[in-house]
Design a protein. Structure first.
Length: 248
């Protein structure tokens, strides 16, 4: 199978999304929460802490955690957060309702992330990505946070580049985030075998577009979320229909 037309279509749409004008990112369904998460000027740590929380629950719920804690504290400055003990963070995460499925573990990750931002970056989380660093360096800096793996590290770096328009020296190390939607789309497009592993999708994306594998991430996620559903796919509405070998 000739993969080039499929790759070119995905990359083309990814470029459109990458070059689109900057606008507020809708991480959650709550406007005030999204304002906080988009405030890289005054509260860059809100974005970083949300990334740390984004595991084993729905993304929208994870990304609400910084905002819900800010409501309880009536503020979200790094100075205020740095004054919290681990026990206090645990109470904020668990009372009166649990903010995460795994409160004890994620409270610790939240607390340790605050400490890393304070000690490693002088309280300014934006130093993680300032100065047009190499993409590998930014992913690595996210990986230094307890609880963050390659998927979240690459996702965070991709959001910074694509949505926040943060400049990097290169994009080689921004991988595709192979969630269930992306894996399904790669399989149905014939780029991977049926039910591929996360690693298979990541390395196929690297092979297809090594200069920026992650540029195909959002197009594939949108396709999987909107049209290429696990049941009853809506192929006639998908812009990949004419090059998709499994289109109905």
């Amino acid at each position: 199978m000739n993969e080039n037309p499929i790759r070119d279509r995905l990359v083309e749409h990814g470029e459109v999304l990458f070059q689109a004008p900057k606008q507020i990112i809708e991480f959650t369904s709550i406007e005030d929460a999204d304002v906080l998460l988009n405030d890289l000027g005054m509260h860059p740590h809100a974005f970083v802490l949300a990334c740390v929380m984004d595991r084993q629950i729905k993304a929208e719920r994870a990304w609400l955690i910084p905002y819900k804690i800010s409501q309880k504290l009536q503020g979200f400055s790094i100075e205020l957060l740095s004054s919290l003990s681990l026990n206090k963070v645990n109470r904020l995460m668990s009372e009166p309702e649990s903010l995460h499925r795994f409160v004890d573990k994620m409270s610790r990750f939240f607390y340790l992330a605050i400490g890393r931002i304070k000690n490693q970056y002088a309280g300014d989380a934006s130093r993680i990505w300032k100065g047009k660093p190499a993409s590998a360096e930014v992913v690595y800096r996210f990986l230094e946070f307890d609880g963050v793996g390659p998927k979240i590290g690459s996702m965070a770096t991709n959001i910074l580049a694509r949505d926040f328009k943060i400049p990097f020296a290169d994009y080689f190390s921004i991988d595709i985030s192979a969630d269930v939607h992306v894996r399904r789309v790669f399989a149905r497009l014939g780029l991977c075998s049926e039910d591929p592993s996360v690693e298979q999708v990541i390395y196929k994306a690297k092979a297809l577009h090594p200069e920026f594998p992650g540029i195909m991430d959002l197009p594939c996620w949108e396709i999987g979320r909107n049209w290429c559903k696990s049941h009853s796919p809506v192929c006639n509405e998908c812009y990949m229909q004419d090059v998709c070998p499994t289109a109905c």
